[in-house]
Write a protein that binds this ligand. Structure first.
Ligand SMILES: [Zn+2]
Length: 253
């Protein structure tokens, strides 16, 4: 028998598993991550790639209207440009996390380079807020075997998501709104049907973007518009909008 006929499939399986571990938001192959909240009643809203002076203040006002707390994964070089905005985010009760210094694809980076990216953003946020963040999200959600261990060295827990609607795409809000429908479907299935008893199962972590990693003042007005549509509906379904810390704290409510 040609040994290649045995070797090739196993190599392909290994490549497939590696790609899964690197890309899939709920893969745990390269280290444990948080992907869900601990109660179907809790929805963790998360926003990446800020701070963004043209969008984040409006988003903070919108979240206030619904008594919503959220988590912001920030890019270090933008934190240095607008530390007051980062302070405002924290002062309003939201949680701030590390999203690296320059938003590289960490899958292609060495351990040394990953450590530098994490450390620079860690220092930027620590300087702005006076205390270090505890949560990390890799840019593009991409990991190699060194990313999560490097984050752990700085005391971080790594946060992924259950839903990534693609709000960075150049599409109208009429495209974006239905992409967020799964949150409603889960809530209707787990809360409304079971309203007489406790909420069933775990809840969603929604990944949206108030910033754009290529520029400081990216247009994320469609993200705001989609949230203006959904937040009152999700509130009326009984969802609570929580930070990632509240999402995994016990007891689940
Ligand atoms: Zn990002």
């Amino acid at each position: 028998m040609n040994p290649l006929s045995l070797a090739v499939p196993s190599v392909l399986t290994a490549v497939g598993a590696f790609a899964y571990g690197a890309v899939h938001p709920r893969a745990q192959l390269f280290g444990s991550t948080i992907c869900r909240t601990n109660s179907a009643r809790k929805l963790a809203l998360t926003f990446d790639d800020g701070p963004n002076p043209s969008i984040t203040p409006k988003l903070l006002d919108l979240l206030n209207r619904y008594n919503a707390k959220a988590t912001f994964f920030l890019i270090g070089q933008y934190v240095r440009e607008c530390p007051e905005l980062v302070q405002e985010v924290a002062a309003r009760g939201h949680v701030v996390g590390n999203h690296t210094e320059t938003h590289p694809n960490l899958f292609r980076r060495s351990l040394r380079e990953i450590r530098i990216e994490l450390r620079l953003c860690h220092d930027a946020i620590s300087n702005a807020l006076g205390s270090p963040p505890k949560w990390f999200r890799p840019p593009f959600g991409l990991r190699n075997p060194w990313v999560i261990p490097a984050a752990r060295e700085l005391g971080y827990r790594t946060v992924m998501w259950t839903l990534l609607p693609g709000d960075w795409k150049e599409k109208p809000v009429e495209w974006l709104i239905p992409r967020m429908q799964p949150i409603t479907d889960h809530a209707q299935r787990n809360l409304v049907v079971n309203s007489s008893s406790n909420a069933r199962g775990q809840g969603d972590v929604l990944c949206l973007h108030d910033g754009a990693h290529r520029q400081l003042n990216g247009d994320r007005s469609r993200t705001l518009a989609a949230l203006e549509y959904w937040l009152p509906r999700w509130r009326d379904l009984g969802l609570e909008f929580v930070t990632i810390g509240q999402a995994v704290s016990t007891p689940a409510s």
